[in-house]
Design a protein around this ligand. Structure first.
Ligand SMILES: Nc1ncnc2c1ncn2[C@@H]1O[C@H](COP(=O)(O)OP(=O)(O)O)[C@@H](O)[C@H]1O
Ligand SMILES: [Mg+2]
Length: 119
């Protein structure tokens, strides 16, 4: 497949106190591709996705999304760029519906109320 490069991760490292979770990881994702990230427990899969998702920053390295330097400061920056992130360790709001949980923070609204039909 020779589609345009969408996500580019270059030499990303992440150091937590006492642990180097990522050591110079690079990844390229092109439009239309599906990738599986495989590795044993503690390999750093969630850490990598959390950095792409804007949950926390990398210690070193750069990312590009759609050709531009991508440096999300928070999950909203990442969402605004077009990245959807379904977390493995979910913290659901049990009083909300499944759809409300999925769209939390960006619920469609109409007349100041949640637009349930669009949701
Ligand atoms: N918030 C954190 N603070 C300190 N260490 C962490 C934190 N998150 C992950 N780690 C450590 O980073 C390494 C990678 O973890 P993680 O990305 O969760 O791996 P995976 O998702 O592949 O199982 C592990 O050694 C883990 O203990
Ligand atoms: Mg994980």
């Amino acid at each position: 497949m020779n589609n345009a490069l969408l996500l580019e991760v270059k030499s990303l490292s992440k150091v937590f106190p006492g642990t180097r979770a990522l050591n110079s990881v690079s990844l390229e994702v092109r439009k239309g591709e599906v990738h599986g990230l495989c590795g044993e427990n503690g390999a750093g899969k969630s850490t990598l996705m959390n950095i792409v998702g804007g949950v926390f920053p990398a210690t070193e390295g750069i990312m590009k999304f759609d050709g531009k330097v991508f440096n999300p400061k928070n999950p909203k920056d990442s969402q605004d760029a077009g990245i959807g992130f379904v977390h493995q360790e979910l913290c659901l709001c049990p009083h909300l519906s499944a759809a409300e949980n999925i769209f939390i923070g960006r619920l469609p609204s109409k007349g100041g109320k949640i637009d349930l039909k669009t949701l």
